[in-house]
Design a protein around this ligand. Structure first.
Ligand code: GLY
Length: 350
């Protein structure tokens, strides 16, 4: 692997991460477990990734700690199980935890790495499109509470993220579309060039064509890194990356985490497009163009539950403070801004 195939995220005064684009994740995992590294490397494998990618399971080795993965496993019980297993296996402060799996798995293992002995090195090998373009990049870790999504977490960037775009093309249709929703979020919210590329290549992306998919993943990662490098701890601009997530998180929590994250975010994106047009922050022509991109990526607007059923979840959102809810609203394809609204106004209940 050469450094020309990588992007560096090195925020001032904060931990650096290198995102390496690899062509064979299984081979890269085997290298991480080389005999001289083995005593301090703990591999934590997402069972879903293991089923979808037998080569990854083999590469992870017989000693890998396998977790069920998925949003429903992002809880205190699984976090405790993993931490106790690492301690039983003799984890030390110079250890390295390697998480192989989807977005929820990367969030959970990242949190465990940040807590274990007050923090051990983390390497992420995202196995889904969603994990590649969002969860594995930028150092956010979390578990969910029944009361709300990602309400317990930390910032703990991986030292390395190994992205093999070939893995993104293989999961189930809903899982793949969930990843496209995070890609669309970056395109609509922060990157006009990616928006144009996604519009042009929507059919090819939906068909999982390798070249446009690889280009879009790289562009989305680069766009996110630009923001995270400037604002690693989400004090300002990074909040734009929450586009579509306020409603999305509320939908997920209301469903008891049965609704896939990306598909909830897609509904959240449709919601904020409508809201931004209503508030005259986005022209109706641009709103229609952004919604058309979501439709073209297989992410049409769906029926929402009554707003009253979402209100408590929205009111517990991390982005709420005394001044109201910080909401991200699109202003043009590839650009967005922060607006303060009450939870009721956000849900159009006012
Ligand atoms: N998923 C949004 C962020 O990483 O900031």
């Amino acid at each position: 692997m050469s450094d020309t195939d990588s992007l560096l995220c090195a925020p001032a005064g904060w931990r650096a991460s290198r995102i390496r684009f690899v062509t064979d994740a299984a081979r890269a995992v085997v290298a991480l477990r080389a005999p001289e590294l083995a005593p301090r490397t703990f591999v934590v494998l997402d069972a879903g990734a293991a089923r979808a990618h037998p080569a990854l399971r083999e590469a992870a080795g017989p000693a890998a700690i396998e977790l069920a993965g998925g949003e429903r496993g992002k809880d205190f019980a699984t976090l405790e199980l993993l931490l106790r297993e690492l301690v039983r296996r003799g984890v030390t402060r110079d250890a390295r935890v390697v998480a192989i799996g989807g977005g929820a798995h990367c969030d959970l293992v990242g949190l465990a790495a940040s807590l274990c002995l007050r923090g051990v090195e983390l390497v992420l090998v995202p196995s889904t499109l969603l994990a590649m373009v969002d969860a594995s990049v930028g150092g956010k870790t979390a578990i969910d509470l029944p009361e709300g999504k990602n309400l317990v977490g930390s910032f703990w960037p991986a030292s390395e993220v190994l992205v093999d775009v070939g893995l993104a093309a293989t999961p189930s249709e809903p899982e793949f579309r969930a990843g496209l929703a995070e890609l669309a979020k970056v395109a609509i919210g922060i990157d006009a060039a990616l928006f144009a590329a996604c519009e042009r290549d929507a059919a090819a992306l939906l068909a999982r064509d390798a070249a446009p998919l690889a280009a879009a993943v790289r562009a989305a990662v680069a766009a996110k890194l630009r923001i995270v490098t400037a604002d690693p701890l989400e004090r300002g601009e990074r909040r734009l990356l929450n586009l579509g997530h306020t409603l999305g998180h509320a939908l997920e929590a209301r469903s008891g985490y049965a609704m896939p994250h990306g598909l909830a975010v897609a509904q959240g994106l449709h919601h904020v497009l409508g809201l931004a047009v209503e508030l005259a922050l986005l022209s109706s022509a641009d709103g229609a163009r952004c919604a058309a991109l979501l439709d073209a990526l297989g992410l049409p607007a769906g029926p929402l539950p009554p707003p009253a059923e979402l209100l408590d979840f929205v009111a517990r959102d991390k982005k709420l403070d005394a001044a109201g809810l910080t909401v991200v609203l699109p202003t043009a394809p590839g650009s967005s801004r922060l607006v303060k609204l009450s939870p009721r106004a956000f849900l159009r209940m006012a």
